[in-house]
Design a protein around this ligand. Structure first.
Ligand SMILES: Cc1cc2nc3c(=O)[nH]c(=O)nc-3n(C[C@H](O)[C@H](O)[C@H](O)COP(=O)(O)OP(=O)(O)OC[C@H]3O[C@@H](n4cnc5c(N)ncnc54)[C@H](O)[C@@H]3O)c2cc1C
Length: 390
């Protein structure tokens, strides 16, 4: 196993469960890759590299947590509720989906998105025929308030790509596995303590207890073609290790800031924003963490100016003062591949020309955007493909 992000950890667990002897190489000193927690000494708190939102319908992610005994480490509201704040108008609303399969919420003016009418939601049916080359804006951009206050911000945060250029197909896949399956599959979930406490440390302990060897700080520089291998590194590393492999090569940044401030977490523990710079904020005891997705558009804005903008959003949303509290900015420059049609065509499948070598990672062709769910699914798939070899 090469790479101990969530894809590599999932693959390793599947192989170990099938009785294979696994050696897991991870280049960094800590596992987790793009979903990790660390102690921030300057702030004196433990933080994640960035907010990660999952849904109860993320079946592979939930199955992974169950397997390693970490299913109790997620938090979130009991109901499928998504509180929003419009930073322009100050309006607040909570999208309440209800747990059933039939979307009754669409017919209730107090539960649906403000400014929308029941029939506007027929636009969601148009998404069902999304092909890879259809753009989100092209397919549903005419859906008025439903687009502006829901589908566009959803596309930006779920695909980490601006809706004007993003492919509608992965958004369709997300909706098919969550909202279309009903509210019970759409309950928001996030790490109670930290990403490492949920997705990484329990998996490492589970693997070690079962005899797997975990080598941290072990950067692999060449692949032995005779050795059965799952390659679960980021796309650009895979391209270096496997000559001729075509992988996504355009990426989008995610900009996160963690502020030392106590905010009442409310019903959900997080809020979605429209009309501001930030897309989401998560409240944990003493820390308010903010996410700006598809952040390449802000590459020329310095971090200090970004912090000022984002704090302006927070101050408006939560009635906080002008003084910016101690904070940490974490920018993941290559957070995910850009979910545009030309990049989706570059996603390879699991198998390679070498029957001993399988590929895993959120950038492989899972049909989903680059997410924990996609990464875990790709890891499980790569392990099963390797097991089928003999
Ligand atoms: C800020 C941010 C916010 C996000 N928000 C969400 C969200 O809300 N919901 C969601 O589902 N997803 C979200 N994601 C996406 C999610 O984090 C990723 O899809 C997922 O973590 C990718 O896992 P992976 O295992 O495919 O890749 P990685 O996590 O990149 O793992 C690859 C691993 O390989 C290691 N490696 C690299 N080279 C070598 C080598 N030569 N030898 C050995 N090891 C090597 C790396 O160190 C790394 O640990 C977010 C990502 C970021 C960055």
């Amino acid at each position: 196993m090469i790479g101990a992000g969530v894809a590599g950890l999932a693959a390793a667990c599947t192989l170990v469960e099938a009785g294979r002897a696994v050696v897991l190489h991870e280049a960094a000193k800590a596992a987790g890759g793009r979903a990790r927690s660390y102690d921030d000494r300057a702030l004196g708190v433990r933080i994640d590299n960035g907010n990660h939102l999952l849904r109860s319908g993320n079946v592979a992610a939930m199955g992974f947590l169950r397997r390693v005994g970490a299913e109790g480490t997620l938090a979130g509201p009991v109901e499928p509720v998504f509180p929003f704040v419009d930073l322009g108008s100050g309006e607040r609303w909570t999208l309440r989906l209800g747990k059933g399969r039939i979307p009754w919420w669409i017919f209730s003016p107090s539960r649906r998105i403000p400014g929308t009418r029941a029939w506007d939601y027929l636009a969601l049916l148009r998404l069902r025929r999304a092909e890879q080359d259809d753009l989100v804006a092209g397919l549903v951009g005419d859906a008025g308030a439903l687009y502006e206050t829901f589908l566009e911000p959803l596309a930006v945060s779920a695909l980490n790509t601006m809706a004007a250029v993003a492919s509608a197909a992965p958004l369709r896949a997300v909706l098919a596995e969550t909202i279309e399956r009903g509210g019970a599959a759409t309950v928001p979930r996030f790490a109670k303590v930290g990403l490492s406490e949920s997705f990484v440390d329990p998996a490492l302990a589970w693997l070690r207890e079962r005899g797997a060897e975990v080598r941290l700080g072990s950067r692999v520089t060449a692949i032995d073609p005779a050795q059965q291998t799952v390659l679960a590194v980021p796309a650009w590393v895979a391209a270096e290790l496997v000559p001729g492999l075509v992988v996504p090569d355009a990426f989008e940044a995610i900009w996160n800031a963690h502020f030392l401030v106590d905010v009442d977490p409310g019903e959900a523990g997080f809020w979605g924003f429209v009309g501001g710079t930030a897309e989401w904020a998560f409240a944990k005891p003493g820390v308010l963490s903010v996410t700006v997705s598809a952040a390449n558009r802000y590459a020329e804005v310095g971090n200090e100016a970004m912090v000022a903008r984002v704090w302006g959003d927070l101050a408006r949303a939560f009635g906080l003062g002008e003084t910016i509290p101690p904070h940490r900015v974490v920018v993941e420059k290559r957070a995910t591949f850009a979910a545009i049609p030309a990049q989706l065509r570059r996603r390879p499948g699991t198998v390679t020309q070498n029957p001993n070598l399988m590929l895993a990672g959120d950038w492989t062709d899972t049909g989903l955007p680059a997410t924990i769910e996609g990464a875990i699914r790709s890891g499980n798939r790569a392990a099963l493909a390797l097991l089928r070899q003999n």
